[in-house]
Write a new protein. Sequence first.
Length: 54
Amino acid sequence: MDTDAAASYLVLRPATMKAWRCKGKGPNYQVVGRRLVRYHRDDLDAFARGEVQR
């Protein structure tokens, strides 16, 4: 999922997701190429359950 879809899935604002990435917080994500940020549904679910270790 892109940032907008992931934020919607977690009922957050996309700006929150972007801020977390800058701070090294939030759910795990992958950078595809040089600019595309993608989230996997399993990582979002784990984050929502409090299972993410960063």
